[in-house]
Design a protein around this ligand. Structure first.
Ligand code: 7RM
Length: 653
């Protein structure tokens, strides 16, 4: 069998219409749904909201007083009831909600009935500690089932949760707890990571030295490591939960009551507590999860590989999938433990049918080599998803070929913590895919691309991505800072939401996301997106990953500095750097030729895998490094800096 190489496939500009086989069983095959939603977008969302169980019907679909939206006002609903009780009542108590696997290979199978039982007990436990409607609960733990249980228990009693990613430092945890004035912290003794452990409770105790609002700490025993125990404040989860009643009536929440706060690190200054409320959020999570992933709850096994500490985990491990009665896989550890085939072994073992992961992971798998997926049986898969960054076409096609066996559509889903749920994405039974494009805004969503002055650029054209109308799962503000909410998102382009991303549309109106606009480079008066140069670099067969930034230059304003990770078997050299620079110039144009290329083994990334170009700019400008607390591995950037200074001694003057 001679199949075209990935390069050849891309060179011929191949597009991917849904296969007959996929269309036959998919939920949406007709593009009419877009027109239907466009004719009456509020009516469209109201019909989707009706798929949920409401204790009381809403009075108005939308009240919109920019920048404040109220969806399904007057409606009463409970997220935990929609994720659990209604499925158990309908006779699905024995269906598996989570196939959980620990990093060491230990497993737990949790049905919907199990989950309802444990959520109710923890909810009662939280109540026994004085937590009620409106009280904030901070959550700091690894990917264990109790994490999902905690979110749902909070939702059950109307206590907004604030999850702090388990890899964050004591200072980050402290700041987030204090900003939200949380009364309880739910954590664990430790978390398992790459064969070792992270001392979560020890870190939490450091944070708590300076968190006056915290009254109690609930601690899950995960690793069994020694921990300090503060009498009167701390309680073990296993002492608190089993003795509680398994009967905890769900609190009927107003549709607009706060469901959770999730902090995102702004480029500067203190993190923003993004607020999501109940009815609209759940509506859009459930709708997008069902239709973007073409979900069949009776037969699918869904796996979103994100951490619950990231919005993707909130919306597509917890709320969306459970609202849709999905059977999911939840995995605690890293993809290379004990070996680089761990993800593929999990897919094989649980018969995963839908996989949702990030481009950074996909590029890492490419770097590790085809042998790992190739030696596993991935034939259960029928749909693949991507989220978190622009996916370069090579990675898209590699994913489609080596993971999807050339059978599974790849849905590239654009959204943000702020949008709460997917906004721009294919509908896999209806949309013809183009590798690297998130295709079109979903039905009911209004998007556009505008220039500096806010004027729509038309098709084709490029500029700034905006959202032109409110959507159900939109953020309701920044905790404690309404002014920052308005200024950050609604003040740049009048009447529209500014996403902060660059984008362009091709002749057919397909959207191509180009990365954060703060990252855009200005070379001799031309705007060049980091994504385009990076895609060109990783389009070279020897390059595994690349990041580029603009660096001040006397002649051109900015010059492009590139940081490149080579695939195994390639040696860095002067000649090779020149070859790569020429490669970019040939692909995009001489204007985009990187001025410098630094070969490195690692790039500074956030825990969710996004490259922190701000820090690479600090390196290339020889500035002091900015905030590195959200980095997955803070050591990486220091290493790059040392290497950069060695390569550029002239810059030191
Ligand atoms: C879900 C999530 C949001 C930012 C967003 C983009 C980038 C996310 C894509 C993407 C291109 C995608 N939330 N981004 N998905 N860029 N294509 N499919 O990632 O708040 O952590 O980040 O991520 O820049 O603004 S987030």
């Amino acid at each position: 069998m001679s199949e075209p190489t990935i390069e050849a496939l891309l060179a011929e500009g191949r597009t991917f219409p849904p296969s007959e086989e996929f269309r036959e069983s998919s939920l949406v095959t007709d593009v009419d749904v877009y027109d239907e939603a466009e004719r009456d977008w509020q009516g469209f969302w109201a019909r989707q909201a009706q798929q949920l169980d409401w204790f009381e019907e809403w009075e108005t679909v939308l009240e919109w007083d920019l920048p404040d939206a109220k969806w399904f006002s007057g409606g009463r609903i409970n997220a935990s009831y929609n994720c659990l009780d209604r499925h158990v009542i309908a006779g699905h108590g024995d269906q598996v909600a989570f196939h959980w696997e620990g990093e060491a290979g230990d497993t737990r199978t949790i049905t919907y009935a199990d989950l309802l039982d444990e959520v109710s007990r923890l909810a009662n436990g939280l109540k026994s500690m004085g937590i009620g409607k409106g009280d904030r609960v901070a959550v700091y733990m690894g990917m264990v089932p109790e994490l999902a249980v905690t979110l749902l228990a909070c939702a059950r009693i109307g206590a907004p949760h604030s999850v702090v990613f388990g890899g964050f430092t004591a200072d980050s945890l402290r700041d987030r707890i204090n900003d939200a004035e949380a009364k309880v912290l739910v954590t664990a003794d430790g978390a398992c990571r790459r064969g070792g452990t992270i001392a979560l409770k020890e870190i939490a105790d450091q944070a708590l030295a300076d968190c006056p609002s915290i009254e109690h700490v609930v601690m899950v025993r995960r690793t069994g490591q020694d921990v300090a125990f503060v009498e009167g404040r701390d309680v073990w989860y296993h002492d608190l939960v089993p003795q509680q009643s398994a009967d905890c009536p769900p609190e009927p929440m107003d549709s607009e009551d706060l469901l959770y706060i999730l902090y995102t690190s702004g480029t500067t200054g203190k993190p923003k507590g993004i607020m999501h409320t109940t009815g609209g959020y759940l509506t859009q999570c459930a709708w997008t999860h069902k239709y973007v992933f073409d979900l069949r709850p009776d037969t699918d096994v869904f796996w979103c590989t994100a951490d619950i500490g990231w919005v993707t985990g909130h919306s597509y491990i917890v709320y969306g999938p459970l609202a849709n009665r999905t059977t999911s896989v939840m995995y605690e550890g890293t993809p290379d433990y004990p070996d680089k085939d761990r993800f593929w072994r999990l897919i094989e073992r649980y018969g995963v049918t839908i996989l949702y992961t990030a481009p950074t992971a996909i590029r890492t798998f490419m770097k590790w080599g085809d042998e790992y997926p190739d030696r596993c049986d991935l034939s259960s898969l029928r749909l693949l998803g991507s989220v978190g960054e622009p996916i370069n076409p090579e990675a898209w096609v590699w994913y489609w070929r080596h993971i999807g066996g050339e059978r599974c559509p790849v849905v590239d889903t654009w959204w943000q913590t702020e949008t709460g749920a997917i906004m721009i994405s294919p509908l896999p039974g209806a949309t013809t895919l183009k590798p690297g494009s998130a295709t079109y805004p979903l039905p009911g969503i209004g998007a556009d691309i505008v220039d500096e002055a806010g004027v729509p650029v038309g098709i084709p054209g490029g500029g700034y991505l905006v959202l032109t109308r409110p959507w159900p799962s939109m953020l309701r503000g920044i905790w404690g800072d309404p002014e920052r909410y308005f200024k950050t998102y609604w003040n740049t382009y009048k009447g529209r939401y500014f996403a902060g991303d660059g984008a362009k549309r091709d002749e057919e109106g397909y959207y191509w996301l180009l990365g954060r606009v703060d990252d855009v480079m200005l070379v001799s008066g031309h705007n060049i997106s980091t994504a385009e140069v990076e895609h060109a670099l990783v389009g070279h067969h020897a390059v595994a990953e690349a990041a580029v930034v603009g660096k001040t230059d006397k002649v051109t304003g900015q010059a492009i500095a590139a940081f490149v990770i080579l695939r195994a078997g390639n040696e860095p050299s002067e000649e090779f750097a020149k070859e790569l620079r020429d490669h970019v110039a040939k692909n995009i144009g001489p204007i985009a030729r990187p001025q410098s290329i630094l070969f490195t083994d690692d790039l500074p990334k956030t825990r969710s895998g996004k490259i922190m170009r701000r820090l690479l700019r600090d390196v290339s400008e020889d500035h002091e490094l900015g905030d590195t607390t959200t980095l997955a591995d803070p050591g990486v950037v220091a290493g790059i800096k040392a290497k950069y200074l060695r390569d550029h001694p002239a810059d030191e003057e």
